[in-house]
Design a protein around this ligand. Sequence first.
Ligand code: ATP
Ligand code: MG
Length: 367
Amino acid sequence: MKKIILTGDRPTGRLHIGHYVGSLKNRVEIQNKGQYDEMYIMIADAQALTDNADNPEKIRENIMEVALDYLSVGLDPSRVTIFIQSHVSALTELTFYYSNLVTVSRLQRNPTVKNEIKLRNFEANIPVGFFTYPISQAADITAFKANIVPVGEDQLPMIEQAREIVHAFNRVYKKDVLVKPEAVLPETEAALRLPGTDGNAKMSKSLGNCIYLADSKEEVERKIMGMYTDPDHIHVSDPGKVENNTVFTYLDAFSTEKDFQKFLPEYKNLDELKNHYRRGGVGDVKIKKFLLNIMEEILTPIRERRKYYEARIDEVYSILEEGSKHASEVANKTLQEVKEAMKINYFEDQELLETYRQKYAGNKEEN
Ligand code: ATP
Ligand code: MG
């Protein structure tokens, strides 16, 4: 079977190291190993508008930020299609048809939607578009017949919902038109849902607790030095807790043995460092400086590529335009197949014309 990959990000802000370790890193690795047939990367502006309807300017501004973030982590437009969701109109049509296959109670049970509604304080005023965005996400995935979706853990209920829609569609319309997607999660547990620098459960653009890929070294340093560790670890000699210590969670997500050789050779690996911290005798500044070194190792080449593309904005603009055109062609093909399966492709259906002819053949014209 062909390997087709689709992922996306909402242009609600710059991308951060949670996106990197949760999803972007996986995409770049798959791209560089060439282990795929087609890869689509979507800037989900239409989805972002479902909870930012009154602020289109924010979405508009962030389209370029996200595009620059993509290019700066090493996604290569000659090998992957980068496109803008609102410019692939087949996605909206598919969403409309799929919504007939999903119940309101099923959407209400979606844990991600539930959680996000709480986060956004929508209470009783949930925009219908936001409530139904899992359906539009199923349209995004299935339009490209994607079978692999590299995402963070919060997206699992979305992939499940998409699989259910595929199942329902193929069953109801008696044709295997749509393909069931699989989520690909990051291998490291801490990367499944990277917490914010404030220790909040998830680093999220909407919560303002992020280290952004485009942050300067000074900003990264300020953010890391201000991070919470173990509140009871006051003196260097005090025993410290590693669990729920965000600096250690980040080290779990980002550090490798190579980083120890390079920046902290007195320890072989993270287990040794953790054990010493637990016993007491390791200061917080030391672990924060180590984390800063690791982050800088990752972020420096990303910043450099960003600078390169910032000096070539016209080029980035055409990458988005070309990508959106290509994505439209692919999605339109799926839409045609969907309409055919639903038997609403009236003008391509000669049989239908023939049935109409025969049905009305007996009726004589009156004069
Ligand atoms: P918003 O707050 O606007 O929803 P976000 O920061 O959650 O923004 P999205 O665009 O919704 O970002 O998510 C894009 C992708 O990044 C998804 O695959 C999501 O699972 C992943 N992701 C987002 N935040 C994290 C995180 N903190 N850790 C791991 N993966 C993440
Ligand atoms: Mg999100």
